[in-house]
Design a protein around this ligand. Structure first.
Ligand code: SF4
Length: 325
């Protein structure tokens, strides 16, 4: 394994994500994601609000990493995406966290927003497995990944929980500063399916569990039903049953709270996109589900009302980071 060498070189001219900043993180420079060279973690704990075969009843072993390359203006986890909640963690400690999550009963190891720390996470997975960690490893990503990054995960990552946010490039540019999102995410998704295979399941401690393959999540945004329909159509036509879709209505306007609290970025974004202060109307979500049904999309995940509450956003309070999960 060359993960150690890979780690050093990727940090000296970072191109770990499609932003391709080429900054020297090892020398203290920061790119778009704002991440330093060393791992930062905000929370590591059992999490119960993923799709049923991911959370089960016992919970998903979820590790929330700090910082994010995409930095969507409406981000539901902005406290960690902006890096305000993240504590330094060694590779050895991350491997120990994975083992502790297994002991706590987790169905899997669920790495949330891992892209910018990928070499260290792969190193930790290798170490944890050598120490007896046998859970499936899931890569929970915005979908904005390079093909090279996905290929590098082969052998370390069993499955993907990946977003597919936009077909509409104007929306992608406005909300995520990534007009190329659709093309980039599509190429990455093809690499995920190629390397992780089709969704597969087992029974783990009496619960159905996803053990590998790709779940593609799409969050319906306020006033963006046409974009969502285009996403569903594209994914259905391109991938069919090779991925499992998860259509989500849990958009939570945390941006409105951030603006009220005086965060300048949130205030500016809301002035430009006031629709982001709203939740998604039930009838728009129903229209999206009807559209998926009409296309013949089979066996997708969907959400019941009430998911758009801040109580579903966990506390990024360093639970499980320094001490046992
Ligand atoms: S991981 Fe961060 S520093 Fe590296 S290319 Fe992406 S945004 Fe830039």
């Amino acid at each position: 394994m060359l993960v150690g060498a890979e780690n050093a070189s990727s940090m000296e001219a970072c191109r770990l994500c499609p932003r391709g900043c080429a900054v020297n993180r090892a020398a203290g420079q920061r790119g778009v994601c704002g991440a330093p060279a060393d791992l930062r973690v905000a929370r590591a704990a059992l999490h119960y609000w993923e799709e049923p075969p991911i959370s089960g009843e016992d919970g998903s072993g979820t590790i929330f990493f700090a910082h994010c390359p995409l930095r969507c203006v409406y981000c539901q986890n902005a406290d960690i995406a902006l890096g305000e909640q993240g504590r330094p963690v060694s590779v050895e400690r991350l491997a120990a966290i994975m083992g502790q999550l297994q002991e706590a009963g987790a169905l899997n190891i669920n790495c949330v927003t891992p892209t910018h720390y990928a070499p260290q996470i792969r190193q930790a997975v290798e170490r944890a497995r050598a120490d007896g960690m046998a859970l499936p490893v899931l890569w929970n990503t915005s979908g904005y990944e390079t093909v090279e990054a996905i290929e590098a995960n082969s052998g370390f990552v069993d499955g993907y929980l990946t977003d597919f946010k936009y077909v509409d490039g104007t929306l992608a540019a406005a909300y995520s500063h990534a007009a190329d999102y659709c093309d980039v995410a599509l190429a990455a998704l093809e690499a995920m399916v190629e390397t992780a295979g089709e969704p597969r399941y087992d029974e783990y401690r009496g619960q159905e569990r996803l053990t590998g393959g790709v779940v593609v999540r799409h969050l319906l945004l306020p006033g963006a039903l046409d974009n969502s329909k285009a996403v569903v159509k594209l994914l259905h036509e391109r991938f069919g049953g090779s991925v499992r879709l998860s259509l989500m209505n849990q958009y939570t306007p945390v941006i409105a709270r951030f603006a009220r609290e005086g965060r300048a970025g949130a205030r500016r974004a809301l002035e430009r996109y006031p629709q982001l202060a709203q939740t998604v109307p039930d009838d728009e979500y129903e229209a999206l589900l009807d559209y998926a049904d009409g296309l013949g999309v089979a066996d997708y995940f969907w959400q019941e009302g009430g998911a758009c509450e801040e109580s579903f956003i966990p506390a990024f309070d360093f639970t499980g980071v320094d001490e046992n999960c």
